[in-house]
Design a protein around this ligand. Structure first.
Ligand code: PGA
Length: 245
């Protein structure tokens, strides 16, 4: 999965060295980022002109390099540790919503403007949350939504606690309950996308998103009205509930 996804990203970078990537965090894309790092180190994949925009960031936290990685759960730190510090991307070309912004509303508008100024996103990397979210677009987020502050569902808080905070020994009370996220409308404007999911835990939600009704109760079902090219990359477990394979 990771090799295939990284291959698609690498092809784009070779074809368009100044491309704009939309990036995601979470456990799923880590292998893809490792493969991109390998391609950079062993095959000279050049990120020097690549621009990136991340989907989301928790509200209220930001990268703090004075802390060890496991105690800094910001997505800015995740991207720095899992990808950026290992490749030749210019940090000024990377964009992640600022979880410490004093004025989230202004910030979100400016983030949308930055994406436009960069020429729009050429390739958006997506996962899928247990509740069907893309980015942090929780159930009920309109398909026309733009970058904004979103309240996290209990399921997202529980999932991310299990996957990240618990392992780091951070008490659940310290988990942020809000995030800044690109909207579904923002994501749907990307010219192409890849969506990754693995594991049996994702099987039901993957089937709902790909084969169920198009509904903002499962925001990733927006995939069915997406107009760009999208490649869905699943392992056997995540694909196991699909009827039309
Ligand atoms: P995960 O998260 O990769 O940690 O499963 C996916 C998501 O929430 O979009």
């Amino acid at each position: 999965m990771s090799k295939y996804a990284a291959g698609i990203i690498a092809d784009l970078i070779r074809r368009k060295p100044d491309c704009v990537l939309g990036l995601a965090t979470g456990s799923t894309p880590i292998g893809t980022y490792r493969e991109l790092i390998r391609l950079h180190k062993e095959e000279g994949l050049d990120f020097s002109r690549v621009k990136t925009f991340n989907l989301d960031e928790y509200l209220g936290i930001g990268m703090d390099l004075s802390k060890p990685y496991h105690l800094d759960q910001s997505y800015a730190r995740f991207m720095y540790e899992e990808l950026f510090k290992h490749i030749n991307i210019k940090l000024e070309n990377t964009h992640i919503p600022d979880g410490l912004t004093k004025n989230p509303e202004e910030f979100c508008k400016a983030y949308e403007e930055e994406i436009k100024k960069a020429g729009g996103i050429d390739l958006q990397v997506l996962g899928i949350g247990g509740d069907g979210h893309w980015g942090f677009n929780e159930p009920g987020s309109p398909f026309t939504s733009r970058t904004r502050v979103e309240a996290l569902t209990k399921q997202t808080i529980d999932d991310n606690y299990e996957a990240f905070y618990k392992a780091a020994g951070i008490p659940k009370e310290e988990m942020p309950h809000y995030a800044i996220t690109m909207g579904i409308g923002t994501i749907l404007e990307a010219r192409s996308a890849i969506m990754l999911a693995n594991g049996a835990k994702k099987a039901d939600i993957v089937a709902k998103a790909l084969e169920g009704p198009v509904t903002n109760e499962v925001t990733a079902s927006a995939i069915q009205i997406y107009k760009g090219d999208i490649t869905v990359i699943l392992d056997k477990d995540a694909a196991s509930k699909l009827k039309n394979l």
